[in-house]
Design a protein around this ligand. Structure first.
Ligand code: UDP
Length: 359
């Protein structure tokens, strides 16, 4: 009868050269990068790549609370939704929210609440949506880092940024920032969230066994790692505002390119009124106008008047007389036509048909 020997579980977390399987030192972080403003529809958002973890966080609010009965008249509420995508892990995860996700949502909320001024938002809620697109161990920490960055991006006032990072133990060695395998086969895992302003801890979970000395070393590693991540968070926020100011500079430059043209046009039109050349133009316009007047007066002249040789002054007088006589004639004509024209006075009551015409 064959003896079934269970396959030995591979607990190796170190290479022969003493480094971790991914080549890191015991107190070294996985590669970390982050950016903000990645989701246009959200009020604030962040994308965090921490090792092979890929996590989005998006913020909505402060806004009205739904359902209404959850609203608090003395302070705002923070609601955190941590979700793992079905394809984020090796073995397909059910799309339905599970107990683990609800627990992680709760601990992230508790880690963020101390740095927010929720008392400033009575009857309101701030919602934090976290989507883990790819998971590689330590997702609760990376999610808290992403949520903090997204809150800052949304412009929600905070006492401090927070950073999530874990320490732990594998094969008897204290480690910083455990990867997926180290997390699963290691002897201990301490996910922490550090409030960067005063280096206080707003989340501390502990799973496994460690001595007090090992824990102290672990916290040293955590503070060191958190500082590095914090600098990257600040860099991401700075980069966003640099981008905005660069864009504003480009727009200003484009505007100032257009403005001189307008100013030139404006100054040209002002010049027309005052410059000697333009005053000549103006003068010639006036001359042209007076010449036109003289010509029209000549047309109105009677043949006799036009024939009469005279000086300029008398000519003008004649034209004036003619104009007045024409005016007089026109007035007489008007009077006559007024007398002959039918009265425009509306018919009186009872005079429906004053002309007597039957229509
Ligand atoms: N994990 C998984 N399937 C699940 C939940 C978790 O494969 O349904 C993996 C995932 O890679 C996760 C790791 O297990 O990062 C450790 O999960 P844990 O609950 O310790 O949370 P985390 O370390 O991610 O904060």
């Amino acid at each position: 009868m064959p003896i079934l020997v269970p396959e030995p579980h591979d607990e190796v977390c170190f290479r022969e050269d003493g480094k971790r399987l991914d080549g890191r030192a015991v107190d070294e972080l996985r590669p970390f990068s982050c950016e903000v403003g990645v989701i246009k529809n959200a009020q604030g958002s962040a994308l965090v790549r921490h090792g092979k973890n890929l996590i989005y966080a998006a913020i909505y609010g402060p806004r009205e609370v739904h359902p209404r009965h959850l609203a608090r008249p003395d302070r705002g509420i923070l609601r955190v939704y941590y979700r793992m995508a079905t394809f984020s892990v090796h073995e397909r995860k059910s799309p339905a929210p599970n107990r683990r996700e609800n627990e992680i949502s709760k601990v992230i909320r508790e880690a963020l609440e101390p740095v927010l001024f929720l008392e400033a938002y009575p009857d309101s809620q701030i919602e934090v949506y976290i989507e883990v697109i790819a998971a590689d161990g330590g997702t609760r920490c990376a999610s808290t880092t992403a949520a903090s960055l997204a809150l800052a991006d949304a412009g929600i006032p905070m006492k401090s940024m927070v950073v999530g990072v874990a320490a732990g133990k594998a094969q008897g060695k204290v480690l910083l920032d455990l990867g997926d395998k180290e997390d699963k086969v290691g002897q201990a895992d301490i996910p922490c969230v550090v409030v960067m302003k005063d280096k206080s801890i707003s989340l501390l979970q502990f799973d496994g066994e460690m001595t007090l000395e090992e824990m102290k070393l672990g916290f040293e590693y955590v503070l060191k790692g958190a500082e590095i991540i914090y600098q990257k968070q600040l860099e991401a926020l700075r980069e966003k505002y640099n981008k905005i100011s660069r864009q504003a500079e480009i727009e200003d430059a484009e505007l100032s390119k257009e403005t001189p043209k307008e100013e030139k046009t404006a100054s040209e039109s002002t010049d027309t009124a005052v410059s000697p050349e333009s005053s000549d133009i103006f003068k010639s316009d006036v001359e042209a106008e007076s010449a036109e007047n003289t010509r029209s007066a000549e047309i109105n002249e009677t043949p006799e008047a036009s024939e009469t040789p005279s000086t300029e002054g008398s000519e003008t007088k004649t034209s004036q007389e003619d104009v007045s006589s024409v005016g007089k004639e026109a007035k007489e004509e008007n009077t006559l036509s007024e007398e002959s024209a039918p009265s425009e006075v509306p018919p009186q009551a009872g005079e429906d048909n004053p002309t007597g015409d039957d229509k």
